[in-house]
Ligand binder design. Structure first.
Ligand SMILES: [Zn+2]
Length: 256
């Protein structure tokens, strides 16, 4: 049975087991990256503390997913709510490892797939919350995408490089064109850098599909936003297009 085969792969590969075991901790770290990178804060040495009362979190308060539920999403000292996105990021990171494990295949491919999805979560979160795509994450995405391309079953280095050049190049042109026409920035430079990694992931042939899906997701986000604010679409604020593109890339990873 196919289902049993899938389960067999998930259960018995050391790499997949390890990925699933470390995924909650990775999710916590992605949360730290999203919270601190756009603020320019240290992501390693600085201890986790409540943003409101500055009380350092105890180990029991730093268990991914579980601590958030146990504390009902609030600081145990001052009672201020923690941002709910932290919970979803931790949950998504676990889902990413499980999905990479279910997709199976060569251990290197499984490992890089999980890594790819984790970096996507970090980028999507940072753009959604801060409208920022930290350089270190877009660089990591490009490195992982190139790794996936040359790994067994990958699209190969030439397609990856073409995808990166066409992806980033078309976005750079779009950005310059918009600026020339409207006299203001319509597309961030972070989106151009994001397209290096995303282009390298999909290659030149799936690039139009990625951009189309990203546009659909972006439009859905704008619609949701305007419905929630009960304002006209044109009056809605900027759209975190990087988040939409990351979601599109995750969907393409899922269906490929
Ligand atoms: Zn507090």
């Amino acid at each position: 049975m196919e289902f049993n085969q899938g389960l067999y792969v998930v259960a018995l590969t050391p790499v997949t087991l390890l990925l699933i075991i470390v995924s909650p901790a990775i999710g916590s770290f992605i949360g730290v990256l999203i919270d601190r990178l756009p603020r320019g804060e240290d992501v390693v040495a600085k201890a986790s503390a409540c943003r409101d009362c500055d009380t350092a979190l105890r180990p029991m308060q730093m268990i991914p997913v579980i601590s958030f539920i146990m504390q009902r999403g609030k600081c145990g000292i001052c009672g201020q709510p923690f941002p709910t996105w932290i919970f979803y990021v931790e949950l998504l990171a676990i889902c990413a490892a499980v999905l990479a494990a279910i997709a199976g295949g060569d251990p290197i491919h499984v490992f890089l797939s999980a890594l790819f999805l984790w970096v996507l979560i970090g980028l999507a979160g940072a753009d959604l919350i801060w409208f920022r795509l930290p350089d270190i994450l877009t660089a990591a995405l490009a490195a992982v995408a190139l790794g996936l391309a040359v790994a067994p079953g990958g699209i190969g280095i030439y397609d990856a490089l073409l995808g990166a050049i066409f992806g980033a190049g078309s976005f750079a042109l779009l950005r310059a064109g918009y600026f020339w026409l409207r006299g203001r920035e319509g597309l961030g430079f972070g989106d151009v850098k994001l397209m290096v990694g995303l282009g390298a992931f999909v290659g030149p042939f799936d690039l139009p599909m990625l951009v189309l899906l990203g546009a659909v997701f972006g439009l859905l986000m704008a619609l949701t936003d305007s419905l929630r604010n009960r304002s006209a679409l044109k009056a809605a604020g900027p759209i975190p297009f990087g988040t939409a593109l990351c979601a599109a890339a995750a969907l393409l990873w899922l269906i490929n």
